[in-house]
Design a protein around this ligand. Structure first.
Ligand code: CTP
Ligand code: C5P
Length: 340
């Protein structure tokens, strides 16, 4: 079937609904166990049958998994129960899953068959992030949204640098993150590659909160404009200033990992200024600054954040062709909230 026989092919499968850096981290670990990573993603019907309707459509979920840099191939509509036939069909040596038990609608371990056959390996699940946790943050955000005013003023707007220091670390806005960011995790997620001589350097900035298909389509378009994409991520207080309510839902550290997991991204600026300055352009040798079609807010001093690259003829608007936004995701969750 054309595959190099010496090559170890690893199989992963799952729903990958609301893809987060926990999923990315499991795929990273799985890839490290072999040469090629094949990921089976269940279709909507299959998920509805075993655990209830997904938030994202199968097309959105397939695309998100394809966007993760450790994934070599996505198999659409993979069955919920992993069988030896499936592993053999895609020429995979073994299956990898996180160290949590998943069961079918009938309560059967979905990996029993591959476990019994000795074709199963386990990786460590990432603590502090899950779809359930993210949905919880969104519901909390909306509840506080309703009693606005009071809550907005009582919330402690700490700088993100004070977060992530202990296991009770939490986003100052949503108050839920239990994730412990470390330099090790950032190193594992990053390419560590500097731009090559002559590379055209693209810069984009934003919140990239709850990294979604809209961001992915945008970054794909941004990548097509050059060779090396740098993503500037604003700090939590900056995002909160222009997004208000209790955004961001994911703190800066979490957003860093989500963006680093994307195959179009080469480098991330952790806590980029809202305004694209001359210093920033010089420091990173930026050839072009790109923004999508979403609205741009003025900076605190009333100036346009892109006025400098615009004056230099280094600014471009690019249409991602995708209408997804973080607010839309929250709306979808609210609409489906009974199911969680
Ligand atoms: N996974 C992980 N760490 C997390 C969440 C998921 O390592 N914090 C892994 C799971 O163990 C699995 C893979 O990601 O190997 C994809 O499984 P999927 O069915 O999509 O995820 P869930 O287990 O349902 O996770 P979540 O509730 O976050 O969607
Ligand atoms: O809203 P946020 O700051 O996360 O957006 C980051 C970048 O992604 C912006 O340039 C924005 O215009 C772009 N984007 C897009 N299409 C979407 C969502 C975001 O082009 N559906």
């Amino acid at each position: 079937n054309g595959h190099d026989k010496r090559e170890v092919r690893v199989w992963c499968d799952g729903c990958y609904d609301m893809v987060h850096f926990g999923h990315a981290n499991s795929l990273r670990q799985a890839k490290a166990l072999g040469d090629k990573l094949i990921v089976g993603v269940h279709n909507d019907d299959e998920i509805r049958k075993h655990k209830g309707p997904p938030v994202f459509t199968e097309e959105e979920r397939y695309k998100m998994v394809r966007g993760i840099k450790w994934v070599d191939e996505v198999i659409e509509g993979a069955p919920y129960v992993t069988t030896l036939e499936t592993l053999d069909k895609y020429d995979c040596d073994f299956c990898v899953h996180g160290d949590d038990i998943t069961v079918t609608a009938d309560g059967v371990d979905t990996y029993k068959i591959v476990k019994d056959a000795g074709r199963y390996k386990e990786v460590q699940r990432t603590a502090g992030v899950s779809t359930t946790d993210l949905v919880g943050r969104m519901l909390l955000l909306t509840k506080n949204h309703f009693k606005q005013g009071q809550y907005e003023y009582s919330v402690a707007k700490e700088h993100s640098t004070t977060m992530g220091q202990d296991s009770s670390a939490r986003s100052p806005y949503t108050g839920c993150s239990q994730f412990l960011p470390t330099t090790q995790k950032i190193i594992q997620f990053s390419d560590g590659k500097a731009p090559k001589e002559g590379d055209r350097i693209v810069y984009v900035a934003g919140a990239f909160d709850l990294f979604h298909v809209g961001h992915l389509d945008f970054l794909e378009k941004a990548k097509a404009q050059g060779d090396y994409v740098i993503v500037g991520l604003h700090t939590d207080p900056v995002v909160n200033r222009y997004k208000d309510s209790n955004y961001p839902i994911m703190n800066l550290h979490e957003r860093v990992l989500s963006v680093l997991a994307c195959k179009y991204v080469s480098e991330v600026v952790i806590g980029a200024p809202y305004k694209v300055t001359q210093d920033l352009i010089d420091h990173f040798n930026i050839d072009i600054v790109i923004h999508g079609n979403t609205p741009v807010m003025m900076d605190v001093d009333g100036t346009h954040p892109y006025e400098i690259p615009k004056a230099l003829g280094k600014f471009k608007n690019v249409d991602s062709g995708n209408e997804m936004t973080t607010d839309r995701i929250v709306e979808r969750i609210i609409r489906n909230r009974q199911q969680f």
